[in-house]
Ligand binder design. Structure first.
Ligand code: UN1
Length: 517
């Protein structure tokens, strides 16, 4: 164990979460096994090996999917509020293990400890939400056009749900899907990111233990581990009616095509290119807080991270100076140390992408306002620490149109009315999150109107990241169109059935059709 790991209690956290030196990455809940290659998990915090996880083979997967399919048949017959009670018990364990899990998220993924805890808090919140939901899986009733007939709709469980999640929210995204899918009566098979395999094992450990203690059938919470080839076992599998995938637009397009080819359902949560519009009526102090947190939080690796700041020319210089000043205050370093604001990027490939983005924006005619660069020396041995950068740019630059998963913020100027800013904000292929900073009611309402933001999330006087679980989360255009977590996102995990019951002695036909025999 490294100095950091010892100082910040990583060994204790791993122990509390049941992580061993070598872990099986395949689990049906009741059984753990794995015959694939070994994946090593290195921390971007200090470059140290944290542990190893054995990947899932095709044969391993077959065992998982058969168990999940069989488990589903039993689980679906349990009343939903009773399934909610299991989720409540699972949540008790999350509350108990919040600190070690938050710490492991921070150490394995590199986000700040506070954000690691925040991520576990999102899991707790969605479980609470799901427990209430377990008594509210409502359908509608309709008035039939025929006398003596009753019509209504109901929601039934869908089956086995395949979940593919990314490294940047290695635990919360799983829970947004599973907590809902479980109360809906589905079995879940999860492939987490191969960049964060230990947090996935930790979560599965918790679920498996609670489920076993409560006699939940095997297969309701399953884990598989590996790269995209393991994900493909699920996307190609007709026994998995729904694939919920979070990650890049490139990955989403492949998954969408594969699953659509067998007429399966997808829930896609893909890339964003999120902007904050700053109008002359904005509160500049709040703008800076929202924009800096949005751009550098999680080292710019949220799909909701702020990538573009679209500032009116009247306040442009003021905002520019305030942003540059704020970036000077940023402390970059070990994310477990609560004095630091910015931790490392996930790995050296991410560092390369970051460097290329900065080179590209200059090549396209951008002007670097806050210099980037890779940090070296004591505390930065992992080679994954970079300086958050700001560049003045134009929306039509190829690099600005592209989502770079790193702390690079583009400053764009607009003039005239807020419609011009909205056009810039919407002028990208992605459509996840957006925000406007203004105290002008007309501007705010226009931004939220039909002619306003085309994103799945549109905020007024808060930044683009940090959404609460109560709302539906997701975006339009190349973001994929899926909605997860709150509101009525649960409906995607169920199949809708329309029922018509005739309680007369006749058989009248709809649309007044006569068919006498
Ligand atoms: C993601 O980056 O995949 O709104 C999810 C937020 C978080 C979730 C981000 N609640 O920033």
């Amino acid at each position: 164990m490294s100095k950091i790991a010892t100082e910040f209690g990583i060994t204790e956290a791993l122990k509390a979460l049941g992580i061993e030196e070598i872990n099986n990455g395949t689990s049906t809940g009741a059984d753990w096994f794995s015959n694939g290659e070994i994946i090593e998990s290195y921390s971007p915090v200090d470059g140290q090996l944290i542990g190893k996880v054995k990947a899932t083979t095709r044969e391993d997967y077959e065992k998982v999917i058969t168990t999940a399919s069989a488990g589903f048949k039993e689980w679906r017959t349990m009343p939903a509020p009773q399934r909610g009670e299991i989720v409540r018990k699972f949540n008790d364990e999350l509350r108990r293990l919040k600190e070690p899990l938050g710490k492991l998220v921070s150490y394995e993924m590199g986000k700040s400890y506070q954000e690691g805890l925040g991520e576990v808090q999102e899991m707790i919140d969605i479980c609470d939400f799901a427990v209430g939901l377990s008594r509210q899986l409502h359908g509608l009733t309709m008035h039939s056009e025929r006398p003596g007939h009753r019509m209504y709709e109901q929601y039934h469980p869908l089956g086995v749900v395949g979940i593919i999640s990314a490294f940047n929210f290695p635990v919360a995204v799983w829970s947004w899907n599973t907590a809902l899918a479980w109360v809906c009566g589905d079995a879940c098979v999860w492939k987490g990111s191969e960049k964060t395999p230990l947090t996935a094992v930790a979560c599965q450990n918790i679920a498996a233990r609670v489920f076993e203690e409560n006699n939940v059938p095997a297969g309701i919470s399953c884990l598989i581990t590996g790269d995209y080839t393991v994900g493909e076992f699920m996307t190609k599998d007709e026994r998995v009616p729904l694939i919920s995938a979070t990650g890049s637009t490139r990955m989403g397009k492949i998954v969408a095509k594969e699953v659509a080819g067998r007429l399966g359902k997808t829930l896609l949560e893909l890339g964003g290119n999120n902007a904050i519009i700053v109008t002359p009526d904005a509160n500049i102090k709040n703008t800076v807080i929202g924009a800096v947190f949005g751009a550098v939080g999680t080292c710019g690796q949220r799909c909701t991270s702020t990538r573009r700041l679209i500032v009116h020319e009247d306040v442009y210089d003021k905002v520019k100076t305030a942003m540059v000043d704020a970036y000077k205050q940023l402390r970059i370093g070990n994310p477990l140390d609560q004095n630091n604001h910015v931790g490392p990027l996930i790995d050296k490939d991410a560092v390369k992408n970051y460097q290329q983005a900065l080179e590209k924006v200059v090549a396209e005619g951008g002007n670097i306002l806050v210099e980037g660069g890779v940090l070296e020396g004591e505390g930065y041995e992992s080679g994954c620490y970079v300086k958050p950068a700001i560049a003045e740019a134009k929306n039509e630059f190829e690099i600005v149109q592209h989502e770079t998963f790193a702390p690079v913020l583009y400053l764009l100027k607009y003039s005239g009315s807020v419609e011009n800013a909205i056009e810039v904000q919407n002028g990208v292929r992605q459509g996840l999150s957006s925000a406007i900073m203004t105290n002008n009611l007309r501007e705010a309402e226009l931004f939220l109107s039909t002619q306003g933001s085309d994103c799945g999330i549109a905020n007024v006087n808060i930044g683009t990241s940090g959404a609460e679980i109560g709302g539906a989360f997701g975006g339009e255009k190349e973001t994929g169109g899926g909605r997860e977590s709150g509101s009525d996102a649960w409906k995607v995990y169920m199949r809708r059935q329309t029922n018509t019951i005739n309680y007369t002695t006749e058989l009248p036909l709809a649309q007044g059709i006569k068919f006498d025999l």
